[in-house]
Design a protein around this ligand. Structure first.
Ligand SMILES: Cc1cc2nc3c(=O)[nH]c(=O)nc-3n(C[C@H](O)[C@H](O)[C@H](O)COP(=O)(O)O)c2cc1C
Length: 247
C-alpha cells in the first residue's frame, strides 16, 4: 500500500545532530512546535507538562556537557565495542562505522546539545518536565495511590510527555526543522537534580524527562537505524501467533 504524506513524513523524520547555525529558529516557529505538542493526548486531558526553552548559552553548555560526560561513561566505558558494532551494523561503509563509533565513545556525538555554532550545535534546546503525581484518575480518594491499578502515577505522566514530544518532532519536521530527542543528560539522579536547580524546576513534584533540540539540519539525513517490520513485532490473539499480511 502506498504511503500517504503523513506516513511518509513519520518514516523520513531523522534524529538531527548537525545543525546549520547560520539559520535562526524564530520564536514563532518554536511556539508552533510547542502548540502541536499540546494537542497530544493525556489522561483526562490533564496536560501534565511544562517546557523550558533554554536560550542561555551557558545553560546549554552545562546541560550538553552532562550529556557528553554520561555518553563517555555509557558508550566509552560500559558498552563493549562488539555491542556498538552490532547496533551500528546497518552502516555499510567501514569508514562511517569507525567514525560513528569514535564520536560515540568520545562523547562528541552529543556535543550538539551544547548549541555551540563552531561544532554545528543546535540553536534551540527545549527541556520537557512532567508532573510526576499525575494520574488519569483524578478523584481525590485516589491521590497518592498511584491510581486504580497502583502504577498509573509513574506511567501516565511519562506516557503523556512522550506523546507530546513525538507530536513536536513531527510538527518540526513538517516545518522543515530538524530535531533530536535526548535523555542521556537526564538519566542519572544527580543530573536531574542539577538540571532542576539550574532551571529552577520545582523538583520532585515536576521532573525533567527529555530534551529536544531544534534547528535547521546542516546535512540532509536519510539513512537511519532500520526498523523491525510489523510482522516481527505483532501477534494475533496470543503472544507468538504470527501476523502475516501483504504490504
Ligand atoms: C527515550 C529516548 C532517549 C534518547 N536519548 C538520546 C540521547 O540521549 N542522545 C541522542 O542524541 N539521541 C537520543 N535519542 C534519539 C535516538 O537515538 C534516535 O531516535 C534513534 O536512534 C532512531 O533514530 P531516528 O530518530 O533518526 O530514526 C533518544 C530517543 C529516545 C526515544
Amino acid at each position: 500500500m502506498q504511503d500517504n504524506e503523513t506516513i511518509s513524513m513519520i518514516k523520513e523524520r531523522r534524529a538531527i545532530r548537525d545543525y546549520d547555525t547560520e539559520q535562526e529558529v524564530p520564536d514563532g516557529l518554536i511556539r508552533k512546535v510547542i502548540e502541536a505538542g499540546t494537542y497530544a493526548p493525556s489522561a483526562e486531558n490533564q496536560q501534565p507538562w511544562r517546557i523550558i526553552i533554554v536560550k542561555d548559552k551557558d545553560t546549554q553548555e552545562f546541560i550538553g556537557q552532562m550529556a557528553v560526560d554520561r555518553t563517555i561513561e555509557l558508550f566509552g566505558r560500559a558498552t563493549p565495542r562488539q555491542e556498538l558494532e552490532r547496533r551500528l551494523s546497518y552502516i555499510r561503509s567501514k569508514a562511517s562505522l569507525e567514525r560513528t563509533i569514535d564520536i560515540l565513545i568520545t562523547g562528541k556525538r552529543f556535543e550538539y546539545i551544547k548549541g555551540n555554532p563552531e561544532t554545528d550545535g543546535a540553536p534551540v534546546l527545549l527541556v520537557l518536565a512532567v508532573q510526576r503525581t499525575h494520574v488519569g484518575n483524578s478523584q481525590a480518594t485516589l491521590r497518592g495511590t498511584g491510581g486504580v491499578y497502583g502504577w498509573s502515577a509513574p506511567r501516565h505522566a511519562i506516557i503523556a510527555g512522550s506523546m507530546m514530544l513525538q507530536n513536536m518532532m513531527l510538527a518540526a519536521a513538517s516545518l522543515g526543522l530538524g530535531s533530536c530527542v535526548s535523555s542521556v543528560q537526564l538519566d542519572h539522579f544527580d543530573d536531574v537534580q542539577a538540571v532542576c536547580e539550574r532551571l529552577r524546576i520545582p523538583h520532585p513534584l515536576w521532573v525533567p524527562i527529555l530534551c529536544l533540540t531544534l534547528g535547521y539540519a546542516k546535512y540532509e539525513r536519510t539513512l537511519g537505524p532500520p526498523r523491525q517490520p510489523p510482522e516481527e513485532i505483532t501477534f494475533v490473539d496470543e503472544w507468538g501467533n504470527n501476523f502475516e499480511v501483504e504490504d
